[in-house]
Ligand binder design. Structure first.
Ligand code: UGA
Length: 429
């Protein structure tokens, strides 16, 4: 099949490479010339495991190419994916200007019977708006569909090759047939539904997961008041098959480019349709307040951060990515510096990206032990596997005494850490 992928951000690059790997002829399109040049040379402009390999493999097989020309990408395509960014508008709703711009720019080159698929996260009703824009600029017959994306950063290639399900939001039989055929090699869990349902499903999935995290964080707060251990509580509830043990880790709140934005968007969307009494607003508020609240607690624990040296492990928003959007480090580190601490920081992948977003006073090291040297407090912010077997005996020798270990992802057995003279502080335990 001939496919055009508009937008070479995270989802765009992964989707292009995966469809090319399945043997389709894919053209990736972006208006950013530097990005297109880099991708054409097989270089991914961000860190994502396995992506560079599959990109290089599919470029070499000539199944994949990149261009900045709409004419080149669209004029042959049977299926056109729109995967451009949807930043938040000032009222919190999704700003669809890039989606609409793509629709306008692709329209003149659309071939007969082309299918325009929206993969960007957009509110219900967007397909009709996109179809109206295209209709004004072409005389060919085309259809639109919504196929939302559910991949996770850090495991994007695997998630795209092995999705839990694919939603095809379309009503036209030909469109459903083509998109089903396209996705069949990836999964047999293909669910056909209205485009509005597919779009609501995308927001609902992310909001549900975000509220699950917020819920366990609220439970963790209570555990801290009464001596319970939230990790034991998770076992206690998770063996109920209706609840499950997965995706239940408390911490500093959810981050990344999707959950914070999507929860704000569904909250703003609820408001715009007259549903003002919304759970979503509360989820967002609780998540926004989480780091300031915990920082006050840590401040008391260590007797104030003024004059203290603090080592921070993990700058990305989660492991296996160098994406720092809504990463805890972006709130924690400025807070520490404002409260008089000196900050030393490290991350396996994200130092370069983080540097320009963090205060200039931060010093960076490549190794967790170098980072910990001379510090009073060690913050374990992100559960990179590089930090999963820290040598506490060695750390204790390198750090000031008394030393504090703040385990924001509950990665360590408190007793093991305490044995080496550390004051241990987890979340909800
Ligand atoms: C999320 C969804 O999981 C994907 O299904 C979706 O496709 C994607 O958003 C998107 O809309 O594009 P992602 O943002 O890559 O994927 O990351 P997650 O692994 O879901 O983590 C999101 C945040 O929740 C991170 O800050 C993570 O640390 C936090 N989290 C996750 C917890 O605090 N506790 C958990 O138990 C799980």
């Amino acid at each position: 099949m001939k496919i055009a992928c508009i937008g070479t951000g995270f989802v765009g690059v992964v989707t292009s490479a995966v469809f090319a790997k399945l043997g389709h002829q894919v053209v990736g399109l972006d208006i950013d010339e530097a990005k297109i040049k880099s991708l054409s040379q097989g270089k991914v402009p961000f860190f994502e495991p396995d992506l560079e390999e599959i990109l290089q493999e599919t470029l070499a097989s000539n199944n994949l190419s990149f261009t900045t020309s709409y004419q080149e990408a669209i004029s042959q395509a049977e299926v056109v994916f729109i995967m451009v960014g949807t930043p938040s508008a000032p009222d919190g709703q999704a700003d669809l200007k890039y989606v609409f711009a793509a629709a306008k720019d692709l329209a003149p080159y659309l071939q007969e019977k082309a299918i325009v698929v929206i993969k960007s996260t957009v509110p219900p009703g967007t397909n009709q708006k996109v179809a109206q824009i295209i209709q004004k600029l072409t005389s060919v017959q085309f259809t639109t569909a919504s196929v939302p994306e559910f991949l996770k950063e850090g495991s994007a290639v695997h998630d795209t090759l092995h999705p839990d399900r694919v939603l095809i939001g379309a009503t036209d039989p030909y469109t459903i047939e083509v998109l089903t055929k396209l996705h069949q090699p990836l999964t047999n869990k293909i669910l056909v539904m209205k485009p509005e349902s597919a779009q609501m499903a995308k927001y609902s999935a992310n909001t549900y997961l975000a509220q699950r995290i917020t819920f366990i964080n609220q439970i963790a707060n209570l555990c801290e008041k009464n001596g319970a251990d939230v990790q034991e509580v998770i076992q206690g509830i998770g063996h109920d098959k209706r609840i499950g043990l997965h995706y239940w880790y408390p911490g500093l709140g959810y981050g990344g480019s999707c959950f914070p934005k999507d929860v704000k968007e569904i909250a703003a969307y609820s408001k715009s349709v007259g549903e003002t009494d919304s759970l979503f607003i509360k989820i967002d508020e609780l998540n926004e307040n989480r780091i300031p609240r915990l920082m006050e607690k840590y401040n008391q624990l260590v007797g104030g951060f003024t004059g203290k040296t603090v080592a921070v492990l993990g700058l990305s928003f989660k492991p296996n990515t160098n994406d720092i959007r809504e990463a805890p480090a972006l709130k924690v580190i400025p807070w520490l510096i404002d409260h008089g601490a000196q900050v030393r920081a490290t991350d396996p992948q994200a130092i370069e990206v983080a540097r320009s977003h963090l205060p200039s006073q931060v010093t960076y090291f490549n190794d967790p032990y170098e980072t910990a040297k001379t510090s009073h407090v060690l913050f374990h912010l992100i559960e990179w596997s590089d930090y999963s077997h820290l040598d506490f005996k060695r750390l204790a020798q390198l750090m000031h005494q008394p030393a504090y270990f703040i385990d924001t992802r509950n990665q360590y057995d408190p007793q093991l850490v305490q044995q080496h003279g550390f004051t241990y502080q987890g979340v909800g335990r």
